[in-house]
Write a protein that binds this ligand. Structure first.
Ligand code: FES
Length: 84
């Protein structure tokens, strides 16, 4: 195997950049990056994310997606959560 082939096979985490742009709330244009910022500022639930973003729920279809991302964020950043 040559080195170029190995580099193509190895995951370069490009999906992480894609995830940052994933829209969770269509009504308020809240993407993963905004949810993560809200989480770093103490948001624990979707309604907290709305408050941090200065918006309110419209249809509410995003609650599950935002709460799931908050859970992922807490799993990725356990030290930050424990520090608070
Ligand atoms: S998708 Fe978030 S309020 Fe409608």
């Amino acid at each position: 195997m040559n080195l170029q082939f190995i580099r193509k096979v190895i995951d370069n985490h490009s999906q992480c950049r894609h995830m940052a742009n994933m829209i969770h709330c269509l009504c308020n244009n809240i993407n993963t990056a905004k949810v993560d910022i809200a989480a770093s500022q103490g948001a624990e639930r979707a309604k907290d994310v709305m408050r941090v973003c200065g918006t309110k729920f419209n249809c509410g279809q995003c609650r599950v997606s935002i709460n799931a991302r908050l859970e992922e964020w807490r799993a990725i950043n356990p030290a930050l959560e424990a520090a608070e």
